[in-house]
Design a protein around this ligand. Structure first.
Ligand code: TNX
Length: 512
């Protein structure tokens, strides 16, 4: 018999809730493999096509056919099935799945069945199935040697996430990254079941989204970046395309316009936003804290209302991030008044406000969210007032920190952050008074002062974003660094096949 090349069921990341190995042979992809969509749901059909694309060329000369369910399910089928709405009082088929992102998957020699209450769960089941296949499946080329069968091991997985917010943040302001790069980031996030992409769209060094009522923001404020390079911005059509691409992958885009600080690009684009009425020069350095909108001028709020309205109209997700960090030129009273006015503007556009943890002293609406980032502070005060928290504490979550003292790019103000530092902690025990129930979830920010290319982005994000994905998805009592580093090591060849410029951290026993 030919040697079987299969991936181990232990290698699925994030670690599923339950994994039961089944005795005997697994499921082998072949020329007769067909993907059957046992529902008329459009998203489920899209997911089937996506799966065919991902596994297609490795399986056979042609990607598997996608079919609607007929009288009988053919042999050798991968079946995608929606099993009714997520409802805690009627456990789905006895699986106990409560999350709309949960799924159940059974792999036998005859067929693969992925069943979920909602399309998001089907998508995540597909990601787990993908990881059961050998890493070379990820090469987007026809495989020259078909002698080795592509096989997934026999298993039953029942899975759902711990947190509903499993985010990544990309700073496209300090350096601009084009639409194609953001799509690539979304593709890689999907493999590890992340579901929020927070885009840091404006900072001192660049305004990165077209605003039709204030066209100079992008046209002038978007034309440079750190180091003096050309910068750039997304047109509204491009941003809408990103939102759509993300939504197909069950990722919600969270737009951030940082204010009142981090606003030099806006202050350079419109003289009237400055208290002295004089436009600032464009900025290409990396200092923080020097810029602020003129919080006592009415035009500032008209400006913000226009910006929030235009971006909110393009953003189906529930959230608008207003930044609010590192303001060094206003009094505490000016700052709090500003945040409360902006919160009302965001609310009036039907969005929930998110801000960095500095916003905590403001009177927050129950829907507002605090993103905790400063290691020396605690979000307990905001939680006591009813706010919910996204956990991004820099010393554990910042993907722009150097891995170790030899890392050529990145910063180190929050310490060195190697893979184990990202993995080996529990977001629900970071701070007294911030229990799991106060957490929306976790997010890993990637600031781009020192990252000029997508290769740089990948080097800092991988493999740490993968560790972060497991922190957000898997149960804390089942997580173990010593096991994780082995499982992560097995993803080396998969990342290589995907062309990811990942950092070969010495903490991880990488497979070849
Ligand atoms: C702090 S995190 C900042 C950013 C920097 C980052 C660099 C936060 C809310 N503000 O402006 O890019 O540190 O690590």
């Amino acid at each position: 018999a030919p040697a079987m090349f299969t991936s181990s069921i232990d290698h699925v990341i994030p670690l599923p809730r339950t994994v039961e190995p089944r005795a005997g042979a697994g499921f082998t992809l072949g020329a007769d493999t067909v993907i059957v969509v046992a529902t008329t749901d459009d998203q489920a059909r899209w997911i089937a096509t996506y799966l065919a694309d991902v596994i297609g060329l490795a399986a056979a000369p042609q990607p598997p056919r996608v079919e609607a369910a007929g009288e009988a399910i053919p042999a050798g089928a991968i079946v995608l099935e929606l099993s009714g709405p997520a409802n805690p009082s009627s456990p789905n088929g006895g699986t106990g799945i409560e999350s709309h992102e949960g799924y159940e998957m059974t792999v036998t020699p005859e067929r693969v069945t992925i069943r979920a209450p909602q399309p998001a769960g089907l998508f995540y089941g597909v990601q787990s199935f993908r990881q059961l296949l050998p890493p070379f499946t990820e090469y987007q080329a026809v495989r020259p040697n078909k002698a080795r069968p592509v096989t997934a091991p026999a298993v039953r997985i029942v899975d759902e996430p711990r947190f509903g917010w499993r985010g990544a943040m990309l700073d496209v302001s300090r350096h601009f990254f084009p639409v194609s790069a953001v799509k690539r980031y979304l593709d890689l996030m999907s493999l590890y079941k992340l579901n929020r992409l927070h885009l840091h769209l404006a900072d001192d060094q660049g305004w990165r989204i077209e605003i039709k009522s204030w066209p100079n923001l992008a046209a002038h404020g978007g034309q440079t970046q750190v180091g003096g390079g050309a910068g750039g911005f997304y047109t509204q059509e491009q941003y809408a395309d990103l939102v759509r691409y993300a939504a197909e992958r069950f990722v919600t885009i969270v737009p951030e316009i940082d204010m009142p600080g981090h606003t030099n690009a806006a202050l350079a684009s419109y003289a009237e936003l400055n208290c002295d009425g004089v436009a600032r020069p464009l900025y290409t350095g990396t200092e923080v804290g020097f810029s602020a909108l003129c919080v006592d001028k009415e035009i500032t709020y008209a400006f913000i209302a226009d910006v929030v309205r235009e971006i909110a109209a393009l953003t189906p997700g529930a959230w608008f991030h207003i930044g609010g960090d590192e303001v060094k030129t206003l009094t505490p009273e000016q700052y709090v008044r500003f945040i409360e006015r902006v919160q009302a503007i965001v609310h009036a556009q039907g969005k929930q406000m998110i801000g960095w943890d500095e916003i905590a002293p403001a009177a927050l609406l129950p829907t507002s969210v605090v993103q905790h980032w400063r290691p020396k502070t605690t979000p307990a005060e905001a939680v006591a007032k009813g706010a919910r928290v996204i956990m991004s504490v820099a010393s554990r979550a910042y993907l722009d920190m150097k891995y170790d003292s030899t890392t050529a790019i990145g910063l180190s103000w929050a310490g060195l952050v190697d893979v184990s530092t990202v993995y080996d902690w529990d977001p629900a025990t970071v701070a007294d008074g911030v229990p799991e129930s106060a957490l929306l979830g976790v997010e890993a920010p990637l600031w781009s002062e020192t990252l000029a290319t997508m290769e740089d982005v990948e080097f800092m994000a991988f493999p740490r974003l993968i560790a972060r994905a497991e922190v957000g998805w898997s149960r804390p009592e089942a997580r173990d660094w010593n096991l994780f580093k082995q499982r992560l090591g097995a993803h080396g060849p998969r990342l290589t096949a995907l062309g990811v410029n990942f950092h070969r951290s010495v903490q991880v026993p990488w497979q070849h």
